[in-house]
Design a binder for this molecule. Structure first.
Ligand SMILES: Nc1ncnc2c1ncn2[C@@H]1O[C@H](COP(=O)(O)OP(=O)(O)OP(=O)(O)O)[C@@H](O)[C@H]1O
Ligand SMILES: [Mg+2]
Length: 256
């Protein structure tokens, strides 16, 4: 079985006293894919992601990771496999210090102390946050919290990385570090984002959401070349795509 496979089947979800936030969402993401989930504010991206490790339970339909359905009984096992970085870092960080937060997952997995220390050091190094190890988490800046949030997930060595707006609040250098780090993560990645330039850098496939439904699911170039689709989804062609297209046009017209 592949723990790296993620599937939703006819997934529907409504928050109390609200219209459906997810409306019959079916998708299948296989091992090693790097998939962007994009769409305007309120399209349902975060709600979808929160189902992938059982933080929300479907109103109807199913979520599966590998061949395990996500249910209250399987959720602990699922969370060892699916690492989730939340849109709001304050939802992720709850221990007094950075080191304790990054150690929390491995500690819960019952790993020996020396392995926990090794993973904490490595995860903090990966996000260039070694210097923050002994800081109080509530004293961190927004971007520092984001980096530490990612470290809390990396320390669990997940098979599948699910990230909700990972580049929000990051300065350009930190954003670059994040992109390189995510590029090195060779397992399955699912990234909800408004940063379409990052999608160009990292993802091969793009799922476009609108009003809780999937509007399109296609290779990234097919999505970014479809201006009508982008407009319908409240999106715009990213600058890097336009520059690439411009370069191609110049090349074709012999101007280079
Ligand atoms: N806790 C909640 N209670 C009630 N409604 C909610 C709750 N969280 C989200 N919603 C509603 O569900 C819909 C989908 O929200 P969601 O947060 O999934 O969108 P999103 O695509 O992640 O948006 P954004 O780009 O702003 O992060 C929205 O209409 C939102 O108002
Ligand atoms: Mg969101």
């Amino acid at each position: 079985m592949s723990h790296h496979l993620v599937e939703t089947i006819d997934l529907c979800f409504s928050y109390p006293d609200s219209p459906p936030a997810l409306d019959h969402v079916s998708l299948r993401i296989t091992h090693g894919e790097s998939v962007a989930v994009v769409g305007g504010n309120g399209a349902g991206k975060s709600t979808l992601l929160l189902h992938l490790n059982g933080l929300l339970a479907p109103s109807s339909g199913q979520v599966r990771v590998g061949d395990i359905p996500v249910t209250p009984k399987t959720v602990a096992r699922i969370r060892e496999s699916v690492g989730m970085v939340f849109q709001q870092a304050d939802d992720q960080l709850f221990m007094p210090t950075v080191r304790e937060d990054v150690a929390f997952g491995p500690l819960n997995m019952g790993l020996p102390p020396e392995e926990i220390s090794r993973r904490v050091e490595q995860a903090l190094r990966d996000v260039h946050a070694e210097a923050l190890a002994d800081k109080m988490t509530h004293h961190l800046s927004g971007g520092e919290k984001r980096a530490v949030s990612i470290a809390t997930v990396l320390s669990m060595s997940p098979d599948i990385l699910v990230l909700d707006e990972p580049s929000a609040n990051l300065d350009p250098a930190s954003r670059r570090t994040l992109i390189s780090l995510l590029r090195q993560f060779s397992h399955t990645k699912i990234i909800a984002t408004h940063d379409l330039d990052m999608v160009m850098d990292l993802c091969t496939r793009c799922i476009v959401m609108k009003d809780g439904s999937i509007l399109a699911d296609a290779p990234v170039p097919d999505i970014f070349s479809d201006c009508a689709l982008l407009e319908e989804a409240r999106l715009e062609q990213p600058l890097s795509y336009r520059l690439m297209q411009h370069g191609r046009e110049r090349e074709n017209s012999g101007q280079l």
